[in-house]
Design a protein around this ligand. Structure first.
Ligand code: ADP
Ligand code: TYD
Length: 208
């Protein structure tokens, strides 16, 4: 997409994505780069409303297919209202999760919807980040961090340890199959050490 640079963070719950997205935004702004820091599900007013529908309530509230449609609708709004305009202004867009999260969570968590996820992505979204940073962490560590944080948005964390393990393996396999776009970074260190490697990786890859 024209102008700016588009970057996503991915990883299991509690891997430290949000922390790293924020630290990277601060570092790039410190270097004088305009940055839009955003997240999914959400990142635009309409998509934030959909966020509440998908993250709160009973884990069986939606069928897997309905949930995929809701995440995709939220992503389309996020793309139209937030991501594309920021890229057109020449900014660095950093999003905490994007389509790879749907490939993992909707694609493999409740039956095999992977081909449906790809088809819907091609139809309705059709873009990938210039760079995706996968923060990799042991699911036990991730889950204990995520549970310590607690809150209303427990639907996915409540799905438990087995799911987190499959997600981690799935993310690593996805990264291995798209080596040009992905960089895998070890999240099991203190946040500043992780952030230093993220910044060096981003500057090397995107020339920012
Ligand atoms: P995510 O967005 O991947 O779920 P967060 O950045 O929200 O992860 O981090 C989850 C929790 O773990 C937060 O309470 C955060 O302060 C803490 N945390 C983040 N990074 C680290 C780290 N490298 N080491 C220890 N704790 C961390
Ligand atoms: P997030 O707020 O990033 O949670 P966390 O900080 O705990 O990682 O995302 C909330 C949940 O939404 C997370 O469990 C993953 C899930 N999710 C999907 O299932 N599909 C998607 O397309 C996206 C973007 C998120």
């Amino acid at each position: 997409m024209a102008g700016g640079r588009f970057l996503s963070f991915e990883g299991i719950d509690g891997s430290g994505k949000s922390t790293q997205a924020r630290l990277l935004a601060e570092a790039l702004r410190g270097l004088g780069r305009p940055v839009t820091l955003t997240r999914e599900p959400g990142g635009s007013p309409g998509a934030e409303e959909i966020r509440r529908l998908v993250l709160e309530g009973d884990p069986d509230r939606w069928s897997a297919e309905t949930e995929l449609l809701l995440f995709t609708a939220a992503r389309r709004d996020h793309l139209e209202r937030t991501i594309r305009p920021a890229l057109a202004r020449g900014e660095v867009v950093i999003t905490d999760r994007f389509a790879d999260s749907s490939r993992m969570y909707q694609g493999i968590s409740r039956g095999d919807l992977a081909s449906l996820v790809e088809a819907l992505h091609a139809l309705m979204i059709g873009v990938e980040p210039d760079l995706t940073v996968l923060i990799d962490i042991d699911p036990e560590v991730g889950l204990s961090r995520a549970l310590a944080r607690k809150g209303a948005e427990q639907r996915f964390e409540d799905m438990g340890q087995g799911l987190q393990r499959r997600m981690r393996d799935g993310f690593l396999a996805l990264a291995a199959s798209h080596p040009g776009r992905f960089r895998v970074i070890d999240g099991a260190r203190d946040p500043q050490a992780v952030a230093a490697e993220v910044l060096a990786t981003v500057r090397a890859h995107l020339g920012v």
